[in-house]
Ligand binder design. Sequence first.
Ligand code: FE2
Length: 318
Amino acid sequence: MKVLGIECTAHTLGIGIVNKEKIIANEMDTYKPPKGEGMIPRDLADHHAKVFSAVLKSALKKAKLKMNDIDLIAFSQGPGIGAPLSVGCTAAKFLAAKYGKPIIGVNHCRAHLEIAKSHSGFDNPLFLYISGGNSQIVLKEKSGYHVLGETLDMGIGNLFDSFSRSIGLESHGSVLEKFSKGGKYIELPYTVKGMNLVFSGLLTHAQKLAKSHKKKDVAYSLMENSFAMTCEATERALFLTKKRSLVVCGGVAQNKRLQNMLMKMCREDNIEFYVAPDELNRDNGAMIAYTGYINRKKSKKQIEKISPIPNYRIDSIH
Ligand code: FE2
């Protein structure tokens, strides 16, 4: 079974193709806002509509397939930003109608978890899912996905983006990571509530301090604190659930400092650790195609609601 997956929840338009569980194409085009500006939903939608045809052609060429060879079209149904989600959903419906293919909606967070798990080889790990808009500790059980802890305000990636913009940097975690290298630690707010995280106080305090202290030192301390908070909440969840393996996934999982902190924590606690390759941790179409495939294997039922769900929570999937 060949599944085409469309990812479109935020700044990336990704199209991936899987043949059963094997990824045979994973093409993408990411929108970059003008320097110092945030993401405007309309601009994201315009970008995705503009590049859709080229990314689709490129994915089909890579997979050496034609649209008629595709058995199922999967699209990222949410959570995400309404305008770009609508572009992906409309394109999926158009392709499904034109080529007479079934269509399936996929939860974006679930796709991150499942593609990482499939590469980890772990049977039933605990998940740490961290990205621009989400920071969640997730347990998967037969009854569904359970969010044990999460951010109570903003995603960790949005924390980095907001701080980067406020000090005149491009809003991308990797830019802030490079900029903060060699910085010295300054004390900043540290807020963990059980297994939940709060970042807004940290952001406000860091933005104030950046006016009177070296920006590099503040950036370094902001990243250190937010990662330490994430590790603490994750370690607590590992102990409570008695899980022996951890999979970290999502865009911010690409950060090497965070990977090292989590790896060290797991080593000390004798817990297996896995992080997927960067290509699968950033938003991509292959994870949507893969999750569409495993969904389809379980049920052939055509989805009733073919429309975006911007606030689609992972714990609402059953
Ligand atoms: Fe994502």
